[in-house]
Design a protein around this ligand. Structure first.
Ligand code: ADP
Ligand code: MG
Length: 474
């Protein structure tokens, strides 16, 4: 256990533990999000360093997991130690009996109301005959996006676009750069700013892997036209992590159509990727060339000055006061990524509030070291699948198909379980890697393997040895 973990003395401590978690969440998410998505959660029990919490339905898990995966991982490790885990339990166990589409849709509408209310007016409500989710997280704004040499061009283009979406030469705006550098923040800030200026604009944000999953669903339910026309109606289409379209020919074809349609009618398109368009091997040439029609802007790792500015700004927001020496120390030692700078502050904040202790230099040094040693490796879901399939002697494509043979189901579930444990991928992304299964299948796999680990010694050993193999040899 990390030394930040609080000491647990009695089984009723689960409530205290959850309270500490809520404190961290509250200082990191907007109030509306906190009240809507986190307050309704009930802590159930604490088993070792595993906290069970009850959520009203599976859509909660998906929503939280999509947006706050990193925050929650950091929070759990901070409050419960490095082995800390959160287990979700769904309140209405029998909601699986209802057709999933139905519950899902009604929940979606609820979210629409929630999010739209933030900046809604009557005209907009009337106009929104067909509700949709903007998916924008109000936390991401220009106000809290620190300007630096590393993001200057992308940010300036973003501001120009928010003033005049669709009518600048930055269409599409293509933002690329490494992980944790602010792509998602910037694109959502553009969307939020556009809505702030004109709440009747139809702005939608989603990641390309979700676009793919929804497309597969649309094919299965024979609703491809409805699916496409939903996006063709948008004024601003923001698609994150476009590299997820690689190797998905049909999705690319449909996206090409949507792109052309929107572009021709002067609608704004904003895309992001981990690489510049030309380096996206496996993406159709005609898409690559269209991506270069507007402006391609990179975001680089922040330089020292920017890192210091970010730390100063965020520590003020979190309500912690840090001396200049401490800020410099963190900025000199955490260099690659803004997400890690934030992670460091969250850990410091949690520790000082848990132990009611000043943040001193010693604590800062330890925290920085922890962040450096717990840096998530680059294990991919595909690598995990490969190792697991080799181990169980099943073909890799079998776990992606609808095959219910016992050994294949076991391999699939173990691979899903390890993917959740060893990567930062969301439930949706994991489902996507296993033949487009949905998030509830991944949750089910997690629960089944958890259960087996407790009841079946040999599965326990298998999972442990697979985990070691993947973590230490890849
Ligand atoms: P990416 O999409 O490039 O992986 P994110 O946009 O998710 O990165 O950024 C990671 C975290 O860092 C987010 O919490 C974001 O708010 C923060 N962040 C990134 N860039 C900045 C910036 N320039 N100013 C303030 N916070 C930033
Ligand atoms: Mg991102």
């Amino acid at each position: 256990m990390s030394e930040f973990a609080i000491k647990l003395e009695s089984p009723s401590d689960f409530k205290e533990v959850w309270k500490e978690c809520l404190k961290i969440i509250k200082s990191n998410v907007p109030n509306l999000t906190y009240n809507t998505w986190f307050l309704p959660i009930k802590p159930l029990e604490l088993e070792g360093s595993k906290l069970k919490i009850q959520v009203p339905n599976s859509f909660f898990i998906e929503w939280i997991d999509e947006r706050y995966n990193t925050l929650i991982n950091n929070m759990v490790k901070t409050v419960l130690g490095d082995k800390g885990e959160l287990v979700y339990v769904i309140m209405e166990e029998d909601d699986s009996e209802q057709p999933e589409e139905l519950t899902f849709e009604s929940e979606k509408t609820a979210v629409v109301n929630n999010i739209q209310n933030v900046s809604s007016d009557k005209a907009q409500k009337a106009e929104l005959s067909e509700p949709f989710i903007t998916n924008l997280n109000p936390r991401y704004t220009f106000d809290n996006f620190i300007k630096g040499d590393n993001n200057q061009l992308a940010r300036a283009a973003g501001i120009a676009i928010s003033d005049n979406p669709g009518h600048t030469s930055f269409n599409p705006l293509f933002i690329y750069g490494g992980v944790g550098l602010g792509k998602t923040h910037l694109m959502q800030a553009i969307g939020n700013e556009i809505l702030k200026k004109n709440s009747t604009k139809k702005v939608i944000y989603l990641s390309a892997d979700i676009f793919t999953v929804e497309f597969v669903e649309a094919i299965q339910t024979d609703t491809v036209n409805e699916f496409a026309s939903r996006y063709k109606k948008m004024d601003v289409l923001i698609i994150d992590d476009i590299q997820f379209l690689i190797g998905r020919e049909k999705t690319q074809d449909l996206f090409f159509q949507i792109f052309n349609m929107l572009h021709q009618s002067g609608k704004q398109i904003i895309l992001s990727s981990d690489k510049p368009p030309k380096e996206l091997k496996g993406l159709n040439e005609r898409l690559v060339s269209r991506f270069q029609w507007g402006l391609t802007a990179d975001i680089q790792p922040p330089d020292l000055e920017t890192r210091i500015a970010i730390l100063k700004n965020k520590s003020v927001n979190y309500g912690i006061s840090l001396s200049h020496e401490i800020i410099e120390y963190i900025a000199y030692n955490i260099t690659s990524n803004i997400r890690e700078l934030e992670g460091c502050l969250i850990k410091l904040l949690a520790n000082s509030s848990l132990n009611e202790k000043e943040i001193d230099f010693e604590l800062v040094k330890k925290t920085v070291k922890e962040i450096a040693t717990n840096r998530p490796s680059n294990i991919s879901i595909d690598q995990i699948t490969k190792v697991v399939c080799e181990f169980y002697g099943v073909e890799e494509n079998k776990v992606r198909e609808k095959n219910r043979k016992k050994e294949i189901v076991l391999a699939r579930q173990v691979a899903m379980y390890l993917a959740k444990k060893l990567t930062n991928a969301s439930l949706k992304t994991i489902g996507l890697h296993f033949g487009g299964r949905d998030h509830s299948t991944v949750i089910h796999a997690q629960n089944s393997i958890e259960e087996l680990i407790h009841t079946n010694e040999s599965v326990k050993e298998e999972v442990t040895s697979l985990r070691n193999k993947i973590e230490y040899s890849l």
